[in-house]
Design a protein around this ligand. Structure first.
Ligand code: ATP
Ligand code: MG
Length: 722
């Protein structure tokens, strides 16, 4: 058995103080890489080891599911204990778990499904259609932002203030959307939290149960909690529990999702926090990197103020590369990655960070060509891929036939002859009878109306699937669904469907693995243990997470947001240009630039040894070439900490006056105008939609009408003007 000394060994005085605080609420306020997450994990181990509580008495809130898993692994390596009784997860995951356990009191069906963002948007569109709301005046995305914003503030439609016609309409949409969700028995992400909060507020015995149980609540990345999350914590923490909050105001990067740095001061006030521990020693990075981060963030106002230092020595200079275009930039990165690898740095310890998702495509392209394995975080993840979502929609219908979102996704996929008109009639029938689409469909069976043959077949198919489900395993359900639905056959017949077939097969594997694994987070005796529902939830939560599993042999590509809390030997930050990073959108938002700067601070502080910043004089974005200049954030780094690596001078596109002239190659290489009609040997006649890539490997997207949208390499496509 390990001794107490072992656990606390190596901590500095401040860390030690934080880890061993008594049963009070405390705020650990410290900069990046100062050991906040380590302190939080060590405190959990210490509390258990010294028998101050059992794992049952602990709740740890992390920012991603992956962070929760990592924490549990770390704990079991520190202590020979079973962490099963401990609740560790994201706010969403923890609320989901409570709602499952008390679904009746929460007013939800036991099998309630979680809507991910795409599902939510389509549900909102349906509501707006029923209500005849003009979607140009009220873009559905905006309505979604409004609804989630209200929920994140803890407000239901009847509690929201609306001063003008516009906001009154949005409020009506919100109310109708909530009704629709209740009818269908589904909940979006924000709803999980709000409903759980309302449950705890409304039901004193449930609240008391959890308050007594979770004597210790620990929250990582506290600076990014929103209003509702804070209120939820406040309810659970009650008057007597210890809330141990860990955060860094300089790393608050989710204002766009309602994060409130103000929660830090509210917390100090509401919980009468007397213990504010500041950690100032950084254990992650060398001082060149740290000094650069400190210099950048010092340009922000209204900081709580912290000093960070390291005893690690200067380390390497920050490498800055000015590329002449995006291809050059990604080629540079590929070359450096190869070099790092030959120096023995594992690929999984190297990260490529970018501000916006769209930037990953060209990097991916170069990595793919160079045969470097990579993994993209936060892009289209497995559970978000269309074919996987189709298959899951069938499973969702088996679990809950009233799930309209799922039904709409697959009622005519693979195609079974239910046309837009048939669907319209079905929706009308559902509207009139105020019932779900499934109920409307079963009423229509045998009516002999338009398109009803397809509909009869669909109803029979789903009923058959439900029958087949009894007594088989989850893996067998998945297998049955992909075959009986016709999805497998559909993609097998599609020439480009190979990946999709593989993904469907992978879904069966995922289902088998899910039923085998110790359910950890999801497993709870109080819960209705419906494996299928749990699997569906797992899929929605995973898809909604900002992070994928860390692969061992792959280079890590992700947005800066997704990189929060992580660290790597070497970090590349690409596209450090005005307009990209800081993002041009930031100029229009209050405090936008400061939030961008915090993002830059997060990005820079991910690196342990080596940091690269690169920018390109020109790049293709959204199908257009744009010309960029270095980001102001580069100028904010003292020259002495950096080393400039220059691009190949021959390719420079500056004109003598310091003005940009468009690179000839990019202009001249567009043989067709957008909208130009063209003919292709195989696909027939089409229209040029956009260009992708660069002069050397320019691809063109063409709409061939019935043959579909195709992306072709210009060099080989042999398009003729018509
Ligand atoms: P972030 O703000 O980025 O989330 P953090 O404050 O949570 O960072 P950690 O990730 O906990 O920091 O720690 C950063 C690194 O420093 C980790 O590799 C951790 O193991 C190491 N570290 C922390 N404290 C010590 C210590 N006392 N001795 C040695 N290494 C330490
Ligand atoms: Mg951390």
């Amino acid at each position: 058995m390990q001794s107490e000394i072992d656990l606390l060994q190596g901590l500095n005085d401040k860390q030690l103080q934080a880890v061993t605080l008594p049963h009070v609420s405390a705020l650990i306020l410290a900069g990046a890489g100062s050991g906040k997450t380590r302190v939080l994990t060590t405190r959990i181990a210490w509390l258990i080891q010294t028998s101050q509580t059992s794992p049952m008495g602990l709740m740890a809130v992390t920012f991603t599911n992956k962070a929760a898993k990592e924490m549990l692994t770390r704990l079991t390596s520190m202590l020979p204990i079973n962490t099963r009784g401990m609740w560790a997860g994201t706010f969403h995951g923890l609320c989901n778990r409570m709602l499952r356990a008390h679904y009746r009191e929460a007013g939800l069906p036991s099998t309630f499904q979680i809507l991910d963002t795409a599902d939510q948007l389509s549900a909102i569109k349906r509501v707006m259609k029923v209500m005849n709301v003009d979607d140009e005046k009220y873009p559905p995305k905006q309505a979604m932002g409004y609804i989630n914003g209200c929920k994140e503030e803890g407000l239901r439609a009847d509690a929201v203030d609306a001063y003008d016609g516009h906001s009154q309409k949005l409020r009506e949409v919100y109310a109708a959307y909530d009704q629709q969700c209740n009818r269908e028995g589904v909940a979006d992400f924000a709803e999980l939290l709000l409903r759980c909060y309302e449950l705890l507020q409304r039901e004193p015995h449930i609240r008391a149960h959890y308050q007594q149980r979770f004597q210790y609540i620990l929250v990582d990345e506290f600076q990014d909690t929103n209003r509702l999350q804070y209120l939820w914590l406040k309810l659970l923490g009650g008057a007597h529990n210890s809330i141990f909050a860990v955060g860094d105001d300089d790393q608050s990067i989710y204002a766009f999702r309602g994060a409130r740095v103000g929660n830090m001061s509210d917390f100090q006030r509401d919980f009468k926090v007397e213990n504010i521990v500041k950690l100032e020693e950084n254990y992650r990075s060398h001082s060149n990197i740290l000094d650069a981060a400190n210099a950048i963030i010092s340009n922000n106002s209204n900081r709580l103020g912290k000093n960070l230092w390291t005893s690690a020595g200067k380390g390497e200079p920050i490498r800055i590369y000015e590329a002449y275009n995006d291809t050059d930039e990604s080629q540079f990165i590929v070359d450096e990655v190869n070099m790092l690898q030959s120096e023995g740095v594992p690929l999984s310890d190297i990260a490529l960070l970018y501000r916006s998702n769209a930037q990953s495509r060209i990097l991916e392209h170069s990595l793919f060509s160079a045969n470097i394995p990579y993994r993209v975080y936060g892009g289209l993840r497995f559970f978000e891929r269309a074919e996987v979502k189709h298959a899951l929609a069938y499973i969702r219908l088996i679990a809950n036939a009233n799930d309209d979102t799922a039904l709409l996704r697959i009622i005519n996929f693979p195609p079974r002859g239910i046309g837009a008109r048939g669907l319209e009639q079905l929706q009308e029938a559902a509207r009139q009878n105020e019932c779900s689409l499934w109920q409307a469909a079963t009423n229509k069976v045998g009516e002999g109306t338009l398109g009803s043959k397809g509909l009869d077949g669909f109803v029979a198919l789903i009923r058959h699937m439900v029958d087949q489900t009894y007594g088989i395993t989850l893996g067998e359900v998945a297998e049955m669904v992909i075959n009986l639905s016709g999805l497998m056959a559909h993609y097998q017949n599609d020439k480009e469907g190979e990946d999709r077939v593989e993904n469907l097969q992978e879904l069966v594997t995922a289902a088998v693995a899910f039923s085998k694994q110790d359910l950890g987070n999801h497993h709870n005796m109080e819960e209705d243990a419906d494996l299928m529902t749990q699997f569906l939830n797992h899929a929605s939560l995973e898809a909604g997470d900002h992070q994928a599993d860390v692969g061992h042999e792959a280079l890590q590509l992700m947005t800066v947001h997704a990189a929060k809390g992580l660290e790597f030997h070497s970090v590349f930050i690409g596209g450090v240009e005005e307009g990209l990073f800081p993002h041009e959108q930031a100029a229009y938002e209050n405090g936008g630039l400061e939030e961008e700067r915090r993002l830059m601070y997060v990005a820079v502080t991910r690196a342990r040894q080596r940091l690269y910043l690169s920018y390109a004089q020109s790049r293709m974005l959204h199908g257009q070439v744009r010309y960029g200049i270095a980001s102001r954030f580069i100028d904010e780094i003292p020259e002495a900490l950096t080393k400039r690596l220059n691009s190949k001078p021959a390719a420079k596109t500056y004109a003598t006056g310091g003005q940009y002239t468009p690179a000839k190659s990019t202009q001249a290489s567009y043989p067709f105008k957008i909208g130009q009609g063209v003919r292709h040997g195989k696909f027939g006649e089409g229209v040029i939609v956009s260009y992708e890539g660069n002069a050397s490997d320019l691809a063109v997207k063409v709409n061939f009408g019935s043959a579909g949208l195709k992306t072709l390499m210009l060099e080989y496509a042999r398009l003729e003007k018509i």
